[in-house]
Design a protein around this ligand. Structure first.
Ligand code: FAD
Length: 411
């Protein structure tokens, strides 16, 4: 049987896979994307960061995203008890987009996939990758379509964008545990019925649990009067709540008086879902003939909505390395891909760790904040975690520790 040949096979048509496919098409490469599901399909990860707009633009997908009619987003609001603070991403240290969208991922991912196809990428939906052979002269991918019949495709390079599927980390035993404790999330979509005049639909609202600083809720307004709502906590904490996932989520939301009041007229019309143990890491983000994009590599934590932005950044970096590779240049995946990608991931990591320990919460809820420092923090919250001109990127750990100390002394 003839084995099909492509320049690049991309596993998964999530944001990382579709953007990588479009960027490779711009270079004239023959690209095949194998996607396990039929689109549209549900996915979690609905609040984008403005930094991601640059990669959508680069991939030629911005117009389609803008025209899809998603909820406009210009910032993030944080609430803890009586205190609240809101960051407007247009007022930030780094240059670049200051606004973005809050998206139903079923529709958003479908828009991106159609854009990749429009640019000439071939996407096979309901085709699941089950194996790879990287010892062959040219890498081989094994997959099967809806008929269940296995077939092989030859590719000069494989990009694993399988997200939580983590197909290559599993097949190649690359997985390592995350440093974070095992947390889980319970979430759903609601018809929110919010009438409070001070509620800002243009911002994600992150609420800290009144008694536990490491437990938090997200409320992500969509266009059309609906919201995504979810809670994140260590799995042992979540296990205390019994019943259906909807009942557990409602019980948790009711523990926060402000959320209970805000959502008093909500219609819970969609069964909630739960996910645990999503944080993950790998030994290496690349090897001979392959690289890992987005969540197939490292996933930190959802608190700063950084996942899709990191996924798109990884696609952009990998496409640039592949351009040089196909032009016959020597490429160094570690220094040209893994190191620069991890730089921003590590910035987010510092802030995520500090969030759960409570220090970063004390910083953002502090009453007397310096505008310039706030603009530097706003830039990171807007996703500009790779901008080395920002001192809170360049030296994130040291700077944030100092800031935490100042804020705790002044409390
Ligand atoms: P995915 O979007 O997961 O896409 C992977 C694709 O690969 C899927 O379509 C899947 O069907 C396909 N696939 C899997 N296995 C195979 C296979 N064997 N063969 C073929 N195809 C396969 N991020 C944000 O930016 N904002 C947020 O607000 C946010 N909130 C989050 C909340 C929670 C609770 C969690 C857990 C994550 C959140 N994230 C958020 C992170 C976000 O979900 C991910 O970072 C993002 O979806 C990663 O994109 P991706 O393209 O790498 O993978």
């Amino acid at each position: 049987r003839n084995i099909e040949k492509y320049d690049v096979v991309v596993i998964g048509a999530g944001p990382a896979g579709s953007v990588a496919a479009a960027l490779l098409r711009q270079q004239g490469r023959r690209v095949l994307v194998l996607e396990r599901e039929q689109f549209p399909r549900f996915s979690i990860g609905e609040s984008l960061l403005p930094q991601s707009m640059a990669y959508l633009e680069q991939a030629g997908m911005l117009q389609a995203v803008v025209e899809a009619g998603f909820q406009y987003k210009n910032g993030a609001a944080f609430v803890r008890g009586e205190r609240s603070t809101a960051f407007d991403f247009r007022d930030k240290f780094s240059t670049g987009w200051g606004t973005t969208y809050q998206v139903q991922r079923a529709q958003f991912d479908h828009v991106l996939a159609k854009e990749a196809e429009r640019q000439g990428a071939e996407i096979r939906f309901q085709h699941c990758v089950t194996g790879v052979d990287l010892d062959a002269a040219t890498p081989l991918v094994t997959a099967h379509g809806p008929d269940g019949v296995a077939y092989q495709v030859e590719a000069e390079f494989i990009l694993d964008a399988s997200g939580f599927g983590r197909i290559l980390p599993r097949l190649l035993a690359l997985e390592t545990p995350s440093d974070f404790p095992v947390r889980g999330a319970i979430f759903t979509h609601i018809e929110d019925g919010i009438s409070a005049p001070d509620f800002d639909r243009n911002k994600i609202r992150v609420t800290v649990h009144p008694d536990h600083c490491d437990v938090w809720y997200w409320l992500i307004p969509f266009s059309g009067g609906r919201c995504s709502i979810g809670v994140v906590a260590e799995t042992a904490f979540l296990e205390q709540y019994k019943g259906t996932d909807t009942e557990r989520l409602q019980a948790l939301v009711n523990e926060d008086p402000a959320s209970r009041k805000l959502l008093q007229n909500a219609r819970w019309d969609t069964p909630a879902r739960a996910i645990t143990g999503y944080s993950a890491n790998v030994k290496s983000l690349w090897g001979r003939g392959y690289a890992l994009l987005g969540n197939a590599g490292e996933f930190l934590d959802p608190v700063f909505s950084s996942g899709v932005t990191i996924a798109l950044k990884s696609a952009s970096l990998a496409a640039a390395v592949l351009q040089r590779h196909f032009a016959g240049a020597e490429v160094d995946w570690e220094n040209d891909y893994a190191v620069p990608l991890k730089k921003g991931v590590d910035t987010f990591r510092t802030f995520v760790e500090s969030w759960y320990a409570g220090g970063f919460q004390n910083v953002i809820f502090h009453e007397d904040q310096q505008p310039e420092i706030r603009r530097m923090i706003a830039a990171i919250l807007a996703g500009y975690a790779w901008d080395e001109a920002n001192p809170y990127v360049r030296e994130s750990k040291r700077r944030l520790t100092v800031l935490e100390e100042i804020c705790s002394r002044m409390e």
